[in-house]
Design a protein around this ligand. Structure first.
Ligand SMILES: *Cc1c(COP(=O)(O)O)cnc(C)c1O
Length: 385
């Protein structure tokens, strides 16, 4: 055991693999539920796309969260893990007919509709089944988020949602179609947001839109503000649990809910990121001309965030107590971007040492690919070791 990891138990597992600390996951879930339940009408869903490992999903479903899905496959994964369909919402700009039909057949709580074209298809497919689908319109609030440009979603230039100027017209259309029912509004402005001012801007926007609809005599029963709360990638030990209190309190202070109105959240990263670690083995230490490389057996195929978003993950040698040296930690994939960290301070590293890439529970295992004909990494939870 070095630090917080059961390193002895890791020795017999084929690397690279993901390790999920379910004690931390459960503590995180308790923090979410205790902070959100302080406010009336708050309902939290877990965004399946952050991590759909069945064992992880099962822990989250047991805690009682709903599920936010962005594909038919995610609806299946959520059902398989025990999320009830009456707590399922389904968003996505490009829902295929079979995916809509699956949602209809399972009677999911709500379709978050992103265009008028989609609304018409949903109405037709629901009609064929003699059903009426509950619909929230995903509105693009044109609110920026101070995060990486690849993960902002709420700007007018992004592909997501219905433009604010079209909102009233599309609400009228929902009300004119027989097989869809307008129940509310949906938003999602981006991911890895740590500045509460971004959520505050969303609240102000929603207050305005809600007033606009009330003038138009439209009742909004449900408001869904999406997810996006960030985590501390630099200090996973010091800040293992995100600031859920600050997050929910921001909405409580600034978003003016009407009596009986429900406020839905779709948290992904903030639920699972800190409990996950990618564990990899050092293959070689190579002396370059100006630097030394620790070449590990995990690559961008196992964790693509550094290559895709220049994301930072804290890296630790969990096998060594030797004096600290500086390494570029790189994978074996034939791409120059297959680098986990440059000039990383690690305890003196040798072939065979286990290296931990921290805070990898969100958008890690689920984004793995088989590029270079590699195996997909497996994921283990604490109870399995
Ligand atoms: C990705 C996504 C989320 C979750 O985002 P996080 O940043 O992981 O919290 C929530 N809602 C929708 C619609 C999404 O696409």
């Amino acid at each position: 055991m070095k630090g917080r990891f059961p390193t002895d138990k890791f020795q017999s597992i084929e690397t690279p693999f993901y390790y999920y600390d379910t004690d931390l996951l459960r503590t995180t879930l308790r923090a979410i539920l205790s902070e959100s339940s302080k406010h009336e009408g708050y309902e939290v869903h877990y965004a399946i796309k952050a991590n759909a490992n069945p064992k992880v999903l099962n822990v989250i479903a047991q805690a009682g969260l709903g599920a936010d899905c962005v594909s038919g496959g995610e609806i299946r994964a959520a059902l398989g893990a025990g999320f009830p369909s009456r707590k399922m919402v389904y968003a996505g700009v490009g829902k295929a007919d079979w995916e809509i039909n699956l949602g209809l057949d399972k009677d999911i709580f709500c379709f978050n509709v992103e265009s008028q074209a989609e609304l018409e298809v949903l109405n037709d497919l629901a009609g064929q089944r003699g059903k009426k689908a509950r619909v929230a319109l995903r509105i693009n609030p044109d609110v920026g988020a101070h995060t990486h440009s690849n993960i902002t979603t709420g700007l007018a230039e992004n592909k997501f949602g219905i433009a604010m100027g079209d909102m009233e017209r599309v609400v009228d259309e929902v009300n004119s179609l027989p097989h869809v029912e307008f129940i509310g509004l949906h938003f999602h402005i981006g991911s890895q947001i740590l500045n509460m001012g971004d959520f505050a801007a969303l609240c102000n926007r929603i207050n305005d839109l809600q007033k606009q609809l009330e003038r138009h005599r439209v009742t909004v029963h449900h408001i869904n503000v999406g997810g996006g709360l960030g985590i501390d990638y630099t200090h996973p030990n010091r800040v293992p649990i995100p600031d859920f209190k600050g997050y929910f309190d921001t909405y409580a202070r600034l978003l003016h809910l009407r009596p009986g109105q429900k406020l839905h959240f779709e948290l992904g990263r903030s639920v699972v990121a800190q409990c996950g670690t990618l564990v990899t083995r050092t293959l070689y230490v190579k002396q370059g001309t100006a630097k030394q490389f620790a070449i590990v057996d995990a690559g961008m195929t196992d964790l693509i965030r550094p290559a895709l978003y220049q994301a930072y993950h804290k890296i630790e040698n969990i096998s060594s107590d030797g004096p600290v040296q500086t390494y570029d930690v790189v994978g074996p994939i034939c791409e120059s971007s297959d680098v986990f960290g440059k000039s990383v301070d690690l305890n003196e590293t040798h072939r065979g040492d286990l290296i931990a890439l921290r805070s990898a529970g969100a958008y890690g295992e689920i984004m793995a690919s088989q590029y270079n004909c590699r195996k997909l990494p497996r994921g283990y939870i604490t109870e399995e070791l």
